[in-house]
Structure formats: structure tokens, C-alpha cells
Design a protein around this ligand. Structure first.
Ligand SMILES: Nc1ncnc2c1ncn2[C@@H]1O[C@H](COP(=O)(O)OP(=O)(O)O)[C@@H](O)[C@H]1O
Ligand SMILES: [Mg+2]
Length: 395
């Protein structure tokens, strides 16, 4: 019997489209002898559909949704099933049954509401095994401030930062700015977004004020940290769980190093958010070419790979994550972020160490099933007689 994998993608996230691309890259790569893949497209309105696996179909999403089978996920008798919704005419859609039963959920989603533990918590509630990090690691990975706190407590180098909240800032910007007094330039980032959204560089107090106002358009909390200049960025993926991890090849997104110094090329002047502040171009970042493998000495490469594994473990990640580093001119590597569902599942970093995409997917499903077996052996009920003698005060 083949394992039926539900690949969940889309979702109510600003990275909805990126997720569609990542998922459609992965779907044809599953070993067809072993897996039957059901694409589950989560539309922006919250509806779930048995989607199509062809990118062309997503160029006109309203048309896709109109012709697709909408499903209602149900947990019954310990099984996770997708029923056609609204009910009626079921036989027409699902061959040999009223519902599609999913053995393993495979979220390929990016950003808030989906990658941040929300979807993972829902899978847990529904009782379906799922691929990747659990609720806590996913939530921490999405929160730049919490990530730093976890990394630092594990002795892993991460840049110091200050947390700024929108309410006190808008109530008394001067007082907040006073507390932030620091050397410039600094980088201001929303705590919980991705794809460089809401991020800017500030070279002075006036720019810092603008940068914070800009970030607070997207979030209620932001961090301020030293801008690394000149900057090199190095990324390394990690695969595994608490019982063992391995690191991939390292990549260097090129162009990003010039991001801060070649403002005209890589930095978009933000419309209407005040003179002097600058927005990093999300498109520029996404389109950035990479050097793979990164140009690192064998020692530096090993240091980065080791730190990546330690960061993965510190957050309690599972499955595949990509750990991104900022590197100072003297070669000091700072862990910048941990992407618990990396774009394209970082398959190219695994191919570079000889692991083909289908093998990566296989390993990920295995890890999910392993976690399920381990959790199944834990007891989730604790016999008590509390209800027998219980009376509510009002009765
Ligand atoms: N402290 C910093 N110094 C210099 N550049 C930075 C710094 N922090 C972020 N950047 C630049 O901004 C980009 C996006 O920041 P990042 O922290 O990775 O957030 P996101 O979650 O949006 O990817 C980075 O890839 C890097 O180019
Ligand atoms: Mg990033």
C-alpha cells in the first residue's frame, strides 16, 4: 500500500505564491512507487481544495478554485480524512470511497499563519502525523526575537538586538528612541515576517524613526540590530531531529553582500514612508543568484555547518530547516534566522552533497512517521475520578 501524503500549500500568508512554487516543485519528486500525493491547496479565503500540480493552473486562481473540489478535513476514529464540501455527489469525485484519507500531512508553506506553528498545531489537533518542525520550533523560528533568545541561551552567536513595540513608540517616539541610542547603521526588522518585508537600514536617528514607523505598518513589534557591513550571507540546511542531524552544503546568495553598500541597485526607496529610509528589495533578494558551494575555507565551512546543526537542535527543529548566517568582514558568523520550512525545501543544498530530491522527501516523511510512533507510545490520558464527584458552584 502506498503512503498517501497530503501536501498542504498556499495559506493566508504574504508568502502564499512562494509556497505554491515550493510545493509544485516538490510534488513530482515523490517516489511514485511509495507515495500517492494529494495536493491540498489552501486558498486565501481559508477554503481547502484538492489542487492541481501544474503551475499554469495557478496563473488564474479564481478559475482554479471554481473548478476544484473543495474539501472539509475531518478527524474521525483516529484517521484524518478530506470530505468533499459541501456534501453531495461524492462518488463522482473520490473513487472507491466517500473521503480521501491522508496518512501524512506535508506542509510546504511559508510565513505567518502557516509556518509559525499555527498549521502544525492544527495538524496535531486533527491527529495527523506531519512533516517538519513541531509547534514550538515553528513558532520560535518565525519570531526573530525569540530565535535570538533561544540561540543565545545555547551559546550560539547571534547579534544583540533591541525589541521595540509599536504602542509605546507611537505614544512617545522620543522616549523610545532615547532608549535605543546606538551606533549606526542599524537594521530594523519586523519580528515575525519574512521575505525582507518591512525591513530597512537606518544611518541616523531620523532614519531610525522612519524605519520603525515603516516596520510598524506590518507588525506590532520590531527589532533593531547592528548592520553588518560589509556583509556576506551564508546559508546551510540541516536535516534530522533530536536523535541526529546532518548539514548540507553551504550557499552564498550573491548580490546580497552588496545590498547595503550599493543602495541604488538593491535597495528600493520606499514610497511615502519618509525621506532617508530604505526598503530592501524583496524581489532583488528572491532573484538573487547563489554561489554553491559558498566560497569558504574548509575550516570556515565546517564552523558554519556545525553552528547550523547546533542552531537546529537549540530550537528543537525536526525535518529540514535552513539556517541563515550573516558574516562579518573578519569571518565571524552570526546565526541570523532559522527557516523551519525553507523555500524549495532547500533541495539544491542537498543535491550538492549527493542527496537527490526524492531521497530528501523520503527522509522527511520517515522522520514524520518516526515522531508519530514515538508520540503514540506516550500516554495522553490520565485516569482520574475527578468528574464523578464534581459539582459546579452554581448548581
Ligand atoms: N544585521 C544585518 N546587517 C546587514 N544586513 C542585514 C541584517 N539583517 C538583515 N539583513 C539583510 O536583510 C535581509 C533580510 O533579513 P532577514 O533577517 O533574513 O529577514 P527575512 O525573514 O525577511 O528574510 C537579509 O538577507 C540581509 O540581506
Ligand atoms: Mg532571511
Amino acid at each position: 500500500m502506498r503512503i498517501r501524503v497530503g501536501v498542504f500549500f498556499g495559506g493566508q500568508s504574504v508568502e502564499h505564491e512562494v509556497s505554491i512554487i515550493s510545493a509544485l516543485q516538490a510534488i513530482p519528486m515523490f517516489d511514485a512507487d511509495k507515495y500517492e500525493v494529494v495536493p491540498v491547496y489552501m486558498a486565501r479565503d481559508g477554503g481547502m481544495y484538492v489542487g492541481e500540480a501544474d503551475i499554469e493552473a495557478y496563473r488564474d486562481i479564481p478559475a482554479l478554485v471554481a473548478r476544484s473540489r473543495r474539501v472539509a478535513p475531518v478527524s474521525e476514529g483516529g484517521r484524518f480524512r478530506l470530505y468533499l464540501w459541501p456534501p453531495g455527489g461524492l462518488a463522482r469525485f473520490f473513487k472507491g470511497g466517500r473521503a480521501l484519507e491522508i496518512d501524512v500531512a506535508f506542509p510546504i508553506v511559508h510565513g505567518t499563519n502557516v509556518e509559525d506553528g499555527a498549521l502544525q498545531g492544527w495538524f496535531k489537533t486533527m491527529g495527523v502525523p506531519f512533516v517538519g518542525s513541531g509547534v514550538v520550533a515553528s513558532a520560535v523560528g518565525m519570531d526573530k526575537y525569540a530565535t535570538k533568545a533561544m540561540l543565545k541561551s545555547a551559546g550560539i552567536p547571534a547579534l544583540d538586538c533591541r525589541l521595540v513595540l509599536a504602542k509605546p513608540f507611537f505614544a512617545d517616539a522620543d522616549a523610545e528612541m532615547e532608549a535605543l541610542d546606538s551606533d549606526f547603521p542599524v537594521v530594523v526588522k519586523p519580528v515575525n515576517l519574512g521575505s525582507s518585508i518591512g525591513i530597512s537600514v537606518a544611518g541616523s536617528r531620523a532614519e531610525l524613526r522612519d524605519a520603525l514607523s515603516y516596520a510598524f505598518r506590518f507588525t506590532n513589534s520590531a527589532i533593531v540590530e547592528r548592520a553588518v557591513q560589509p556583509l556576506r550571507e551564508i546559508n546551510c540546511a540541516v536535516l534530522g531531529d533530536r536523535d541526529g542531524v546532518e548539514a548540507s552544503e553551504c550557499e552564498e546568495p550573491i548580490g546580497s553582500g552588496a545590498l547595503l553598500s550599493y543602495e541604488d541597485k538593491y535597495v528600493v526607496k520606499g514610497g511615502g514612508k519618509g525621506k532617508g529610509s530604505a526598503e530592501l528589495s524583496a524581489k532583488g533578494m528572491g532573484a538573487a543568484k547563489r554561489r554553491l558551494p559558498a566560497d569558504l575555507s574548509p575550516d570556515a565551512r565546517e564552523t558554519v555547518r556545525d553552528l547550523a546543526c547546533r542552531a537546529f537542535r537549540a530550537l528543537g527543529c525536526s525535518g529540514v530547516a535552513r539556517v541563515d548566517f550573516l558574516m562579518d568582514a573578519d569571518g565571524t558568523a552570526w546565526v541570523n534566522e532559522v527557516n523551519t520550512i525553507p523555500g524549495s525545501l532547500a533541495y539544491y543544498l542537498w543535491e550538492a552533497v549527493g542527496m537527490p530530491f526524492p531521497v530528501l522527501l523520503d527522509r522527511l516523511v520517515d522522520l514524520a512517521l518516526k515522531r508519530e510512533r514515538e508520540e503514540a507510545s506516550l500516554s495522553y490520558s490520565f485516569e482520574t475520578s475527578i468528574l464523578r464527584g464534581a459539582h459546579l458552584a452554581s448548581q
